[in-house]
Design a protein around this ligand. Structure first.
Ligand code: SAM
Length: 430
């Protein structure tokens, strides 16, 4: 790809485009970028490139003659190339990634004409320009910034400029979507954690999460782009359905805290239990479908200081019961064993409010469980889930809990007793 930029400020444009990735590609000869001084082609003694507008008015207009002479000179060395002459103008078609793709695909020579002052004599545009491109609906003092944007975005699509085509495929605007969020080290910065799914090395899960993020971000940040999407892939349809279901739900945009629950919180806790009952039933999970856990269960937890409320701002968003008392039925573990010689606490009852399902609150809740475990002076958390509660099992696994074996729990007659046992040993904090 060869790009000639016609400008009154070649040094400025050169300095920018001969830096970094595009600069290196130019050095290797993968792209060629020339900045040509329009003033060198004037035919008057003062090297004047502009003059007053006919009809009067503000400012000066660039004359057609130096522009045309400059262009003719450029074209004299471009025979055989598929050339396109582009005038950067606030009156052009708005520039998009699709335009960049088209220019890279259909041409091997672009001439980018930068206007200045009040613009250029209209007759030059009529006579010589193939296409007008605008950087957006605003006015710059000159076309240089727009020309640099076009040159940069076209050149990075030229094979060999970036290390791999994957570098630009999947980026924002490639297929009408915005890119997913990106993170790098450290894992926790200013108390903000990298999403757990990115730390587990499960590539299928990472791709699914990223695609969902792309859809969600495009919908939230650029509804105009989202409306234009024609998503036919069944997997995208599934993700969209998930997003739709989640749309009525709360976002974790406020402060998350947890504290010991009191009797006053009982009504909120029972409300969340009821919501969970409905959800569990809908998912055919034989858990919490009878009396248990009742107001009495939580009164006892609260009296022991073992029940904790998770709040999003002022709102009750979840709860958990973390006990330091030994759970007798855990001694009967089969098909595996607990880690020996370590004191632990037991996570018994936990749920998030329906409005927070899918918001990431469950993961945050498990972080508070760890925090409370440390506050108890312990480093090990044990818990159990119903055999068919795959959602909980995935959540535990995703958050570093390891499956340890099977249990039979002493439970009320209306409650299933077979469980899967999980354990997490907390690392010492660095
Ligand atoms: C001050 S502008 C002239 C604007 C012109 N009088 C008008 O109202 O359409 C000077 C030059 O900056 C460049 N320019 C300004 N805004 C631009 C934009 N949004 N996109 C691309 N180029 C732009 C053009 O090359 C233009 O000739």
């Amino acid at each position: 790809m060869r790009i000639d930029i016609m400008t009154l400020f070649p040094d400025t444009v050169n300095a920018v485009l001969h830096e970094s990735i595009i600069g290196r590609a130019a050095k290797k000869g993968i792209v060629e970028i020339n900045c040509v001084q329009i003033r060198d082609f004037t035919e008057n003694r003062q090297n004047q490139v502009d003059d007053y507008p006919y009809g009067g008015g503000w400012g000066c207009v660039m004359m057609a003659q130096p522009l045309k002479s400059c262009l003719v000179n450029i074209m004299s060395t471009a025979s055989g190339l598929r050339s396109r002459v582009i005038y950067l103008s606030p009156q052009g078609q708005p520039y998009t990634q699709e335009t960049a793709k088209r220019l890279q695909r259909d041409y091997d020579h672009l001439v980018l004409v930068c206007g200045h002052y009040e613009g250029v004599d209209e007759r030059f545009i009529e006579e010589c320009v193939d296409e007008e491109i605008s950087l957006g609906d605003f006015v710059l003092t000159g076309g240089e910034i727009a020309a640099m944007a076009v040159a940069d975005s076209v050149c990075r699509l030229v094979p060999g400029v970036l290390s791999d085509e994957q570098c630009y495929i999947g980026e924002s605007h490639w297929d009408g979507l915005l890119e997913y969020p990106q993170y790098t080290r450290p894992e926790v910065w200013e108390g903000r954690q990298v999403p757990e799914v990115l730390l587990q090395g499960d590539h299928a899960k990472v791709s699914r999460w990223r695609r969902k993020q792309q859809l969600q971000r495009t919908r939230d940040k650029r509804p105009d782009l989202f409306e234009k999407l024609a998503l036919t892939d069944p997997e995208d349809q599934k993700l969209l359905a998930e997003l739709q279901r989640e749309a009525g739900r709360r976002k974790l945009d406020g402060e998350l805290t947890y504290r010991a629950a009191t009797e006053e919180d009982l009504a909120e806790i029972l409300r969340m239990v009821d919501e969970s009952r409905v959800w569990l039933k809908r998912h055919r999970i034989d858990q919490w479908q009878g009396e248990y856990p009742s107001a009495e269960t939580f009164r006892a937890d609260i009296a022991l200081g073992e029940c904790f409320l998770v709040c999003h701002g002022e709102e009750a968003a979840g709860f958990f019961t973390l006990s330091t008392a030994e759970e007798e039925s855990y001694a009967g573990i089969t098909d595996g064993k607990w880690t020996e010689g370590i004191a632990c606490c037991v996570l018994h009852r936990a749920a998030v409010a329906e409005a927070y399902r899918g918001s990431g609150l469950s993961t945050q809740l498990l972080r508070f469980v760890e925090q409370q475990c440390r506050a108890f002076g312990l480093r090990c958390i044990r818990t159990d889930t119903h055999k068919n509660n795959k959602v909980m099992q995935n959540l535990l696994r995703d958050n570093g809990y390891r499956y340890r074996g099977n249990l039979v729990i002493a439970a009320a007659a209306d409650h299933a007793t077979a469980r899967r046992a999980y354990e997490k040993i907390l690392k010492d904090k660095k």
